[in-house]
Structure formats: C-alpha cells, structure tokens
Design a protein around this ligand. Structure first.
Ligand SMILES: [Zn+2]
Length: 165
C-alpha cells in the first residue's frame, strides 16, 4: 500500500510511514495534509502522500550501513569511471586496499569489471582514470530512502521536499 512522506514542522523530510499511520496523525490533529494523490479514503478525505507535523521534533542522525547495495544505489548503478550501467558491476577501492585505502563511503565506488581490472592496483591518478564525481557519504538515511522511492518511479511529488533531487 502507498507510503507517506512525513515532514517536520520546518518542512524538512522526517521519515516515511504507512498511509494508515499518516491518517491517524491527521485525525488526531497532530499533522496536516500537504499532498495527496487524488484517491479518497472516504468522501472528503483524500489519501495523503505527504503530511507535515504541527510540532517540530528533533531527530538524531542515523548512520547508513556501508553495504554493496547502498553503494550501488548512491552511484546510480553506474561505473564511476566510464559511466557504464548494466550487469556485473563491482566495487572498487579508489585507493587500493593493499596501499592503505580503507572501507569508507569516500573510498569505495561502483566500477564495471573492465575499469576495475584496468585500474588494478593503482590510484585513479596513476591509472589516468578520473572519477566522474568525488565519492561522498550520503546526506542522510532518510534522503537515501526517499531517493530510492522516487527513482523507482514512486511518489514523484516527494521530490520537491528533498534538497538536491
Ligand atoms: Zn567502467
């Protein structure tokens, strides 16, 4: 069933919830409807897709696990050296592990097999293979979840509430 983006009172995205939970927040007066998709739960009550809390809540930063899946998602499932996007993508240590490069968001990128083999045990500079973008830690776990939804063709109306999309 459809998901609802919850905005903080400040309009910053806060989390993603189920439509049922969102409706409860609306009925209790804890949130207001910001966007709906034109479908109705019952007459005069549209199904929300974005709601906003009436009171500001503070949330701690949540770490995003450094996993293959998350790295591929950050890199848009494309090789960060040549732009190839297709099957059998690998992960490449920008500074090779054997030369002290660690496991971090800043040092691991998506690479196609060809580029990974070609680069071998060298740095991008030594291999004359510049990265298309400087790899970074994702902005926040929520940002990550929201971009996944939008990239999968869901909830396009969420786009305007997320910076940099
Ligand atoms: Zn490549």
């Amino acid at each position: 069933m459809s998901k609802v983006l919850v905005l903080n009172a400040s309009y910053e995205p806060l989390n993603i919830t189920t439509w049922r939970r969102a409706v409860v927040l609306l009925l209790k007066g804890k949130a207001e409807q910001v966007e709906h998709n034109g479908k109705y739960i019952y007459s005069g009550f549209p199904l929300p897709t974005v709601i906003r809390l009436r009171h500001y809540v503070r949330v701690p930063y949540k770490e995003i696990p450094l996993t293959r899946k998350n790295l591929l998602h950050r890199d848009g499932y494309s090789c960060q050296y040549c732009g190839y996007s297709g099957d059998s993508l690998t992960l490449d240590h920008v500074i090779p592990r054997s030369r002290g490069g660690g496991d971090s968001w800043e040092n691991i990128v998506t690479a196609c097999v060809r580029c990974n083999v070609k680069k071998g045990n060298r740095t991008p500079k030594e291999a004359s293979m510049p990265l298309s973008i400087v790899p970074q830690k994702p902005y926040s776990g929520l940002y990550f979840e929201v971009t996944k939804h939008v990239k999968n063709g869901l909830n396009q109306e969420w786009r305007k509430y997320v910076i940099g999309m």
